[in-house]
Write a protein that binds this ligand. Sequence first.
Ligand code: 13P
Length: 254
Amino acid sequence: MSRKILIAGNWKMNGLLADGAALAKEVAVEVKKLGKPECEFLVCPPFTLLTTVKKALRGSKVALGAQDCHIAEKGAHTGDISPLMLKDCGCSYVILGHSERRADHHESSALVRQKAEAAYKAGLKAVICIGETEAERDAGKTIEVCSAQIKESVPDSATAANTVIAYEPVWAIGTGKTPTTDDVEEVHAAIRKVIAKKLGKGNANKMRILYGGSMKPANAAGLLALPNVDGGLIGGASLKASDFMAIAASVCKK
Ligand code: 13P
């Protein structure tokens, strides 16, 4: 079953207008040089850069995504951004349930699921993040935790077309540490099994499961070559076009 590799950058809370435009332009130029790459590309800047980055990406095949959304289309929710607004800005994706939001904003899996449903309604695809903490891993609970997060965070209406899963071990994010490739493959295969049970084999075979957590040019080829790894959700290394593209180069042939 062939799944198109997705190389996604999560810029997190980084970048002012000029930086964002420059980074997006560089990525767009480099992706264009690949001609018809065997990968899809996505960048997810902070809300304040969405319009600027959209302009910088004009004419390129790089998709635009946001890093969160509210469950409502509009209304009295000070400081929040609706999925409809994201669609209006040119987004096609939204990252949901990132561990930093689960931790910093106490987002539950139930809320993430509602956000995903709202995203679909607005015509957005959801990148739903899951992953265990270091304590959970040490307690041997990685697969149990990830399975529960999938069951609770992914809506029943999710399909391979509207949803991407990102497995991001919390202890690997921004630390330079990564699980072994055997461990990553084991968790991704387990996630796919849970998806098959929940959404059927057809969706499970087609749904992309990205790995995220300290993915760098030096370790990307090994991670992205794994049978159940269908791309990367890249934080720190997505802030430098040369690193982001070096990661892509390990799988996206010209
Ligand atoms: P780093 O690549 O900086 O570890 O971040 C990963 C991540 O959280 C992407 O969503």
